[in-house]
Write a protein that binds this ligand. Structure first.
Ligand code: HEC
Length: 100
């Protein structure tokens, strides 16, 4: 019983869905596979818990850096499922200049 509860609460994200969601908006600033572009931070290769916490922080409208305004705007419409999917994708996303 406990296991059933735990697994339904800690639904892990779907990285394929995360990749698709990433391509809709995030890629415009953070670049292919979250590699970072100019002043936009690299966001790939980070722990699921880190990405999740950051996205929920921005979604709550909390400023953590000089350019949080941009991220708050992007995070507002995200659902919990989308955040889980994005985190699952970004954790292992790798930029490969030959094949994106
Ligand atoms: C308009 C440009 C823009 C878009 C689009 C954008 N971001 Fe960001 N993102 C930023 C900026 C700028 C920061 C740094 C904000 C700050 O100063 O707090 C940031 C920070 C982050 C961070 C925290 C990085 C760290 O190291 O703490 C994460 C995670 C993140 N973005 C994920 C996403 C995801 C996922 C999406 C798509 C839903 C997205 N971003 C869309 C500009 C953007």
């Amino acid at each position: 019983m406990l296991l059933v509860l735990l697994s339904s609460n800690a639904k892990s994200g779907d990285s394929e869905a995360g990749k698709i969601r990433y391509g809709k908006t995030c890629i415009n600033c953070h670049g292919p596979a979250g590699k970072g572009v100019a002043s936009y931070p690299k966001i790939s290769g980070k722990e699921v818990s880190y990405i999740t916490t950051m996205l929920k922080t921005y979604r709550d409208g909390i400023e953590v850096g000089p350019n949080s305004g941009l991220m708050i705007m992007m995070a507002k419409p995200l659902t919990d499922n989308e955040i889980a999917d994005l985190a699952a994708y970004l954790k292992d996303a790798k930029y490969n200049s030959n094949k994106q």
